[in-house]
Design a protein around this ligand. Structure first.
Ligand code: NAD
Length: 459
């Protein structure tokens, strides 16, 4: 039975129907990946590099078309969609290079007559489960290193973004990934997730904390190598000495762009007393200028929520915030020319860090202001969260910037920049409930997608 892929900017626009895989399909995909592994893992690094470079070149050449498709099915703006495809192309090309750069080590012997080699090998069959909010970038930063280092893959994209996933896999297949080395399974996570975990050697998951826990619990019973990237409740600290225009820009872009549906979104704006009122008014003034509309309409700054379920979750938290006593600006459901899930960006003021709106990840265009007296309190509040993905600070003080860099409990620190927005070659990941296992992206990806072998050779 086919599932419908609907445009969140215009629910009358059905992008297509996609197949819902069964557990038997999953078993078949796993068997195909298993039998493709010996040949693919033994193919030369040049063969794997060529495939990734070719696929990367096609993605880059088709970035407008695929970026538009992505924007149509996910709801981020056309420019954001194209930017994401560009990044995915760059990731494929980066890992084409990494395939031939994968190095081992020769350690000096401490016993006479032995050589010691430390080498890296492919892990085996890797399961890759991804969310809808970066449907091609996240797929790329997992699948590219998996294939570059000789693993075979069973890939399960999110239910809401099957078209982008299909295009991506099609490009890789036509670029020369052999049959069985990359398998696409579209369909329901609760059905396919456990089936995939049941047959892989390693599993890389990005999604919510709740699903991540379920995945981890199942994976550990089979000792599956595991990498989890989950939620965030990312702080952006704004100090009295911040360059205010830049701080406002960081806050508005970090909190609301891409409809706030980013694990790296700035959801808690922690602001010191003396700049508080000026900063809040300037953010509200910027919010009023944002154009929320169809993702493909020229001039749109922010598209819709991805679906009714996400919009309902956003609205539920707006209610929770009001009931907790916070003051709300924005957050109205908007009507546009086409039926879609449009929500005006929402800012809560007069909040404190123990409110649920400051504890739970909302995953919508909703930010809060937390007023603090000084830097020390700001840092304490920034770190007072179960999450630890990204943390930002806006200040002109080198002393506070460096202190924050050293003491923020997060995997990513942004100084005078939005908390969201990373390049394709850097390690990506967080601490605490945000992440588990080795980092993604860059040369650090080899930690997860290869396994070490130490060999002693007696001469
Ligand atoms: P989700 O957890 O609902 O789904 C993620 C994926 O898991 C989907 O493919 C889904 O089908 C699958 N899934 C669902 N149930 C499963 C199960 N029982 N077993 C295995 N797989 C299952 O998340 P989502 O709504 O698609 O994405 C939003 C979440 O992703 C947010 O929490 C966000 O913070 C997080 N995210 C994190 C990062 C990061 O790198 N830290 C990046 C992007 C998104």
């Amino acid at each position: 039975m086919g599932e419908r892929d609907v445009n969140p900017s215009d629910t009358n626009d059905v992008i297509g129907e996609y197949a819902g895989a069964t557990a038997a399909d999953a078993a078949q995909a796993l068997a195909a990946a298993r039998s493709a592994f010996p040949a693919w893992s033994r193919a030369t690094a040049q063969v794997r590099a060529d495939v990734l470079a070719k696929a990367g070149a096609e993605l880059l050449a088709r970035r407008e078309e695929i970026g538009e498709l992505l924007a149509r099915e996910e709801g981020k703006t056309r420019a954001e969609g194209i930017g994401e495809v560009l990044r995915a192309g760059q990731i494929l090309q980066f890992f084409a290079g990494e395939a031939v750069r994968l190095a081992g080590e020769k350690l000096p012997p401490v016993r006479a007559g032995v050589d010691i080699d430390v080498t890296r090998e492919a892990v085996g069959v890797v399961g890759i489960i991804t969310p809808w909010n970066f449907p091609i970038a996240i797929a790329a930063w997992k699948i590219a290193p998996a294939l570059a280092f000789g693993n075979t893959v069973v890939f399960k994209p999110a239910e809401l973004t099957p078209a982008t996933a299909w295009e991506f896999v099609d490009i890789l297949h036509r670029a020369g990934v052999p049959a069985g080395a990359l398998n696409l399974l579209m369909g329901k996570g609760p059905l396919l997730g456990p089936a995939i975990i049941g047959g892989v050697d390693a599993l890389s998951f990005t999604g919510s904390v709740k699903t991540g826990h379920d995945v981890a619990t199942r994976a550990i019973t089979r000792m599956v190598k595991l990498q989890l990237e989950m939620g965030g409740k990312n702080p952006l600290v704004v100090l009295d000495d911040a360059a205010i225009d830049n701080a406002v820009d960081c806050a508005v872009k970090g909190a609301f762009f891409q409809t706030g549906q980013r694990c790296t979104a700035s959801s808690r704006l922690i602001v010191t007393d003396n700049i508080h009122d000026r900063f809040v008014s300037a953010v509200q003034a910027q919010m009023a200028k944002l154009k929320i509309d169809h993702a493909l309409k020229p001039g749109t700054d922010i598209g819709p929520a991805v679906d009714q379920r996400q919009l309902d979750q956003d609205l539920r938290y707006l209610d929770i915030g009001r009931r907790e006593g916070a003051r709300l600006t924005g957050g109205e459901v908007l009507k546009r020319d086409t039926p879609g899930f449009y929500l005006a960006p929402a800012l809560f003021t007069e909040t404190h860090n123990q409110m649920r709106i400051n504890i739970d990840e909302i995953f919508g265009p909703v930010a809060t202001i937390i007023r603090v007296k000084d830097y020390d309190e700001a840092l304490a509040v920034a770190n007072d969260t179960e999450f630890g993905l990204t943390a930002g600070i806006c200040t002109t003080s080198l002393k506070y910037a460096r202190h924050f860099q050293a003491h923020a409990q997060a995997g990513l620190v942004m100084i005078n920049l939005p908390t969201a927005g990373l390049d394709y070659h850097v390690p990506f990941g967080g601490r605490k409930a945000s992440s588990y296992g080795p980092r993604e992206q860059g040369r650090y990806a080899a930690e997860f997608y290869t396994t070490l072998k130490t060999t002693y050779i007696s001469s």
